[in-house]
Design a protein around this ligand. Structure first.
Ligand code: XMP
Length: 339
């Protein structure tokens, strides 16, 4: 079996990548990957978790080209996604011919998050719930032999760079106990690729530029952009503010010029005035960064007129927000997400 896609990653794989980087091209990669995946998977059935992000989507389309209907995708609505994201992304997956089961689980996530303010505790709940929902759905599929993951090369090389031997950290963290429970083997169609190469493979596969150009978005979603306790009301406020901001970035041609953008809902309220009356509402912070690999990031100097217009649109358009701040912190020492 081709070690670029199957089996435990080794240090030799990292060295192999370094040798291959200069001569790499997406046309050859796609045809070799499809052949290797066909040969390695034969008539076996494969399950894959879609997140709406670039890596899992490109993995799915590549596998679909190789094994067609034997690929089963699961897409979980955590209730912590951007406004309308679940519906829109599910439609686009179906439009690509993928065999996708969508699972609406927002009530479970929001119910389990009720009353929890600590960021690490929130992350653990979201991770655990995701595994439970994905597991339950995957167990309904019969005769699955493989779990496909959207691991990319930096996930593997970082685990070796950190001095850990053997298995890459990410192989098993995406979907918890599933490989052991269902006795699944792991296939990682993109594990030899950098992010830019993943996008080039996606283009070669005919995927839409809108999907391939999406900003990174954290797995725990708006759960870590809503500081303090997460409630359905706060998520709804955040979704509205985020939509105004992201739509404005797109309308001004700024979306594709920055690496990542989003809105944080702060756990503080402040005084304002609206139509002559006193208000006491939430503050949000806009965060826009440029980065290469997310290890370091610089705040982006957006035009002042643009920022003040967005602030005005959010305060006028979103009930519950009366103040907008702009985050000018670099990473390090600040992280991209506020948590
Ligand atoms: P931080 O906040 O650590 O984020 O500077 C770095 C990048 O990683 C994204 N991020 C995540 N992505 N699962 C993900 O798939 C996660 O749990 C997660 N946490 C942070 C973040 O959006 C940024 O792009």
């Amino acid at each position: 079996m081709d070690n670029r896609f199957f089996g435990t990653p080794t240090r030799e794989l990292v060295e192999q990548k370094e040798r291959e980087r200069s001569g790499w091209n997406p046309v050859t990669y796609v045809s070799e990957a499809i052949e290797a995946l066909k040969a390695g998977l034969a008539d076996d059935r494969v399950v894959l978790g879609l997140s709406g992000g670039v890596d899992s989507s490109v993995s799915a389309v590549l596998l679909h080209r190789a094994i067609g209907a034997n690929l089963h995708c699961i897409f979980v609505d955590t209730g912590l996604m951007r406004k309308n994201e679940y519906e829109e992304v599910l439609e686009s997956y179906k439009g690509m011919g993928l065999n996708v089961t969508g699972v609406r689980a927002g009530d479970k996530f929001l119910g389990d998050l009720a009353g929890v303010a600590d960021p690490e505790a929130k992350r653990k709940i979201i991770g655990r719930d995701f595994i439970e929902v994905f597991d339950a759905e995957a167990q309904k599929l019969h005769d699955i032999k493989w779990l496909a993951q959207g691991t990319i090369f930096p996930d593997i090389s970082e685990s070796f760079a950190a001095g850990k031997d053997g298995v890459a950290v990410k192989s098993h963290h995406n979907v918890g106990g599933l490989p052991e429970k269902m006795n699944l083997r792991i296939v990682e169609p993109l594990r030899m690729l950098f992010k830019d190469e993943v996008r080039r493979v996606g283009r070669e596969l005919g995927m839409s530029p809108a999907l391939l150009g999406r900003h990174p978005f954290p797995g725990p979603g708006l759960g870590i952009r809503c500081l303090g306790e997460v409630t359905p009301e706060k998520i709804a406020i955040l979704q509205e503010a985020d939509k105004i901001f992201i739509d404005a970035l797109r309308a001004e041609g700024l979306y594709d010029k920055v690496w990542q953008a989003g809105v944080m809902l702060l756990p503080v309220r402040s005084v304002g005035v609206h139509e002559g009356a006193r208000t006491y509402e939430y503050a949000v912070a806009l965060r826009v960064v440029n980065s290469v690999d997310a290890m370091a990031a610089q705040p982006v100097k957006l035009p002042w007129e643009f920022l003040t217009k967005v602030a005005d649109d959010i305060i006028r358009g979103v009930v519950g927000v009366n103040r907008v701040a702009y985050d000018v912190s670099a990473k390090p020492p600040a992280t991209i997400e506020w948590e």
